[in-house]
Design a protein around this ligand. Structure first.
Ligand code: NDP
Length: 298
């Protein structure tokens, strides 16, 4: 059976390290890292994410600020707030919780965030830096950055020559994940909805990353024996066995089957999920170190 990659415990390690490095920064007489989280509207899932981000920021010893705006907030008002946060020396990281209401152009808002405060890593400058391998100064999107850390825990930092297959080509998970694996010297293939014979392709993977959003799509016999399987998917499905109207979370990988073939695998929940918030903290800390004229912690 596969080694179960405990994302919760790795995320706790990251948060502990961020907390210690925050204390070091403050001991040097520098300002503590500041994270501003902006949420527009009342999407319940977004509210939960944002509360969790703010809570972890406080736990790290950050200056944590939350702007909760009504759903009808205009694009202009949002752009004005971003401009204020860009100019605020107490703020090192700005996170706008997605999705935004339909009347707001999310792309415009994201690109208005100063690249050096773009701790989500969605600004074109950071996307370009990742794409060109400028990893020392790039902010990398949190979910793929966290997935990479989990892969390194199992495989070490040098992934030279390993075959990696990333299923999914979104801008927030699939593409940055592929770029990170490429930077680590993997031979990378990106699969998507038009890919032919995905099972056969998946079977070539030493590292298989699933970021699709389809419950348990990746079956056990798609997994090469000994492969490292990273399941980014978070899907809520009905669970009548738990009672009427109940549900449970599953990934994009059929876990029980895949765990029989894989060398190591992330569970859902408790795998990649907890890493996302931890890496947001790490990015905000890095931004604060850079703003203070210090070397970014590695
Ligand atoms: P998107 O919907 O943006 O992208 C999904 C990708 O999967 C697309 O590239 C799509 O291909 C591809 N795809 C869809 N169907 C198939 C198929 N049948 N075969 C092969 N490829 C397919 O999703 P995200 O990248 O935003 O998220 C992916 C999953 O990760 C979701 O479950 C999401 O909830 C989860 N997630 C988890 C996070 C975490 O913190 N753990 C954070 C972010 C996301 P095409 O481009 O051709 O349409």
């Amino acid at each position: 059976m596969a080694e179960v990659i405990d994302g919760k415990s790795v995320a706790e390690d990251v948060v502990r390290m961020v907390k210690a490095l925050t204390a070091e920064l403050v001991a040097k007489g520098k300002a503590k890292p500041g994270l501003a989280v902006v949420i527009v509207g009342e999407d319940p899932a977004s509210q939960v994410y944002v509360a969790s981000k703010s809570r972890t920021a406080k736990e790290c010893g950050f200056h944590s600020l939350q702007h909760t705006l009504p759903a009808e907030t205009s694009q202009e008002a949002l752009l004005k707030l971003i401009a204020e946060l860009n100019a605020d020396p107490e703020i090192n990281g700005i996170l706008v919780q997605l999705p935004l209401p339909a009347h707001v152009d999310a792309g415009k808002i994201i690109q208005a965030i100063a690249p050096q405060k773009d701790v989500d890593g969605f600004h074109f400058i950071n996307v370009g830096k990742l794409g060109t391998g400028e990893l020392d100064t790039a902010f990398v999107p949190c979910t793929p950055a966290g997935s990479m850390l989990l892969i390194e825990r199992v495989r070490g930092k040098d992934l030279s020559g390993l075959n990696a297959v990333v299923v999914g080509r979104s801008n927030i998970v699939g593409k940055p994940m592929a770029n990170l694996l490429l930077a680590a010297n993997c031979t990378v293939t990106i699969a998507h909805s038009r890919t032919k014979d995905l099972p056969a392709l998946a079977r070539t993977a030493d590292i298989l990353v699933a970021a699709v959003g389809r419950p348990e799509m990746i079956r056990g016999d798609w997994v090469r024996p000994g492969a490292t399987v990273i399941d980014v998917g978070i899907n809520r499905i009905p669970a009548p066995e738990k009672g009427e109207g109940k549900s449970r979370l599953v990934g994009d990988v059929a876990y029980a089957e895949a765990a029989k073939a894989a060398g190591a695998i992330t569970p859902v929940p408790g795998g990649v999920g907890p890493m996302t918030i931890a890496m947001l903290m790490a990015n905000t800390l890095a931004s604060a170190y850079l703003a203070a004229g210090l070397k970014r912690p590695s």
